[in-house]
Design a protein around this ligand. Structure first.
Ligand SMILES: [Zn+2]
Length: 152
């Protein structure tokens, strides 16, 4: 169970709850199926390939390619102050896809599907007010990570 990112998990126990512990420390953890080796991000407790319920966490490097993207000019309520913005779907090289915001190191007019990119976790706030978003940046972009926590 976790209570970061402004949400409280209503599931009393989840095998992938430690995902949030790692995210708040700047680590992107995916899962590797212990039975067949299927890898995905975000982590999945039960393997979609072989249905095994046993997995291990694996730290992802965040490298991937642009799967698709869209530039939003007319933003929905709550996002008007950040428009225009670009949201990118990244196909991760280690398996899985995610949605992130186009970061400052890339120009929306210069990107195209298939470009190599680096996903970077951005964290702001502390405690229960902590917020996290993922930005899609130029390959080679680095970020700060907290020391690895002990997680069972
Ligand atoms: Zn499997």
């Amino acid at each position: 169970m976790f209570s970061w990112f402004g949400k409280v998990s209503f599931v009393p126990y989840s095998k992938v709850a430690d995902f949030a512990v790692h995210l708040k420390d700047g680590r992107m953890m995916g899962s590797v199926c212990d039975a067949c080796g299927y890898q995905t991000f975000p982590p999945r407790a039960d393997c979609p390939e072989c249905l095994s319920g046993e997995f291990s966490f694996k730290e992802y490097n965040g490298k991937g390619v642009i799967y698709t993207y869209t530039k939003t000019e007319a933003a929905p309520t709550g996002f008007d102050d950040v428009a225009p913005y670009t949201v990118v779907v990244v196909e991760l090289e280690e398996g899985g896809r995610l949605v992130g915001w186009l970061g400052d190191t890339l120009d929306v007019d210069a990107i195209t599907i298939g470009d190599n990119v680096q996903v970077v976790p951005r964290i702001c706030g502390k405690g229960e007010d902590i917020k996290l978003y993922l930005t899609v940046e130029e390959p080679g972009t680095t970020w700060h990570k907290a020391p690895a926590p002990h997680v069972d």
